[in-house]
Design a protein. Structure first.
Length: 354
C-alpha cells in the first residue's frame, strides 16, 4: 500500500459536529467526506460514495443474532468445577469485556458519529453501537448464568486497580477527543478503535477459547464466537475509514501522526500483555506469559499492516488454533483478515482489502 506520510502541520484544525438538519446544503454524492463535509442529513442511499460501507451495512444486518440463542446451563455447572485461578481469570476477562463494550456504545454515539459526515458510514456506526449494546446484554446473560454474585463482576472495574488502570488508559484517547475535537484527535480515535476492536477484544476472547479447548465453558466460547463475528465488521469499519482517509486527506497523515500511532500500538501491547499475565497468573494451561505477549504483538502487526503502516514486531501467530475456534457451520473463517464468509445467518460477503 502506498505510504502517504507527509510533512507535519503545525496548527490543529477543529472538526465540527454535523448538522442534524441542513436544508441549505447542496452536497452531492461525490462531495461526501468522512468528516468535514456538509451533509443534508438525508440518508439518500440509492447513491453511495463508499461502497465498502454499504456492503458492510448489509453484512451486519445479515448477521443479526440474540444472546438467548446460546444455552448457558452447562457452563453454570462447569464454572463450579473450575480452579480458583480459572474462575478469577474468567471473571476478570468478562469484567474487561463488559467495560469495553459499555465504553464503545457511548463512544460511537456521542463521540465519533457526530463528526462523521457521510450517511452510509453514519449507518454503520449506529448499527455498531447497537451490536455493542447487544454484547453488553450477552455478558449479562453469561454473568447471570454462572456467577453467584453478579455485582462482584460488575463492580470489578471499580475495585480491581489493575483493571481500573487499564480502563483509564483505553478511555483517555476518547476523552481527549471529547475535550478537544481536532482532526488529529479524531484520526487518533479511529486508530484507538482499531486497537480496541482488533487487539483488546481479541486478546480477551482468546482466554475463553482456551478454557473451551481444555473442555470447559464451551457455551461461553460459543457466545464469544457470535460476539467476535460482530467485532470483525467493527474492526473493518475503522480500518476502511483510515484507509479511505489516507486517500481523501493525505495531508493529515504526517510523520508525527505515524510516530504517535506506533507509540499507541506499543503501549497497547505492553498494557494487554501485562493484563494477560495478571488474569492467568501463569496457571492457565495453554496461555503462558510469553505466548500471550507474542499473540498480542502478532495482532498489533496485523492491524498496522491493514492500514498501510510499518509493522513493529515481526511476530508470528503462536496460537493458530484460535482460528479453528471461530468456526460457524463448519465454514472456515479467517478472522484475522477481517473477511466474513458463509455464516449460520446470512451469506453476504465483504472484503476490506484496498
Amino acid at each position: 500500500m502506498q505510504n502517504l506520510i507527509t510533512n507535519d502541520k503545525e496548527e490543529e484544525t477543529i472538526v465540527n459536529r454535523k448538522c442534524i438538519y441542513n436544508p441549505n446544503s447542496n452536497e452531492n454524492v461525490n462531495d461526501r467526506k468522512i468528516f468535514g463535509g456538509n451533509p443534508t442529513a438525508m440518508f439518500e442511499l440509492n447513491k453511495i460514495k463508499y461502497n465498502w460501507a454499504y456492503n458492510l451495512w448489509k453484512t451486519m444486518l445479515s448477521n443479526t443474532w440474540f444472546p438467548e440463542e446460546v444455552n448457558m446451563n452447562q457452563d453454570k455447572r462447569d464454572y463450579l468445577a473450575l480452579t480458583m485461578q480459572e474462575k478469577q481469570g474468567y471473571d476478570r476477562a468478562l469484567a474487561q469485556l463488559i467495560f469495553m463494550d459499555s465504553l464503545q456504545t457511548n463512544n460511537l454515539i456521542d463521540n465519533i458519529n457526530p463528526y462523521i459526515t457521510c450517511p452510509e458510514i453514519n449507518l454503520l456506526l449506529v448499527r455498531q453501537a447497537y451490536e455493542e449494546s447487544l454484547h453488553a446484554q450477552s455478558y449479562a446473560v453469561m454473568v447471570d448464568s454462572i456467577s453467584a454474585n453478579t455485582e462482584e463482576i460488575y463492580d470489578m472495574w471499580r475495585n480491581d486497580m489493575e483493571l481500573r488502570n487499564k480502563n483509564d488508559y483505553i478511555a483517555d484517547v476518547y476523552v481527549n477527543l471529547a475535550k478537544n475535537p481536532t482532526e488529529s484527535n479524531l484520526i487518533k480515535a479511529m486508530f484507538a478503535n482499531q486497537i480496541l476492536e482488533g487487539i483488546y477484544f481479541y486478546s480477551g476472547f482468546a482466554f475463553f477459547y482456551t478454557l473451551s479447548r481444555s473442555g470447559k465453558m464451551h457455551n461461553s466460547a460459543e457466545m464469544i464466537r457470535f460476539i467476535q463475528r460482530d467485532e470483525i465488521t467493527h474492526l473493518s469499519i475503522f480500518q476502511n475509514m483510515i484507509c479511505s482517509l489516507k486517500v481523501e486527506r493525505s495531508d493529515l497523515f504526517t510523520q508525527k501522526l505515524q510516530e504517535e500511532v506506533e507509540e499507541m500500538f506499543r503501549q497497547a501491547v505492553e498494557i494487554e500483555s501485562n493484563w494477560g499475565k495478571y488474569i492467568t497468573q501463569g496457571q492457565i494451561l495453554g496461555l503462558t506469559p510469553k505466548l500471550i505477549r507474542e499473540y498480542i504483538e502478532y495482532l498489533a502487526d496485523k492491524r498496522l499492516k491493514a492500514v498501510g503502516f510499518p509493522i513493529i514486531y515481526g511476530t508470528q501467530n503462536p496460537i493458530k488454533w484460535v482460528d479453528e475456534q471461530v468456526n460457524f457451520n463448519n465454514q472456515r473463517t479467517n478472522f484475522f483478515e477481517a473477511k466474513v464468509r458463509n455464516y449460520t445467518k446470512g451469506s453476504l460477503v465483504f472484503d476490506d482489502d484496498f
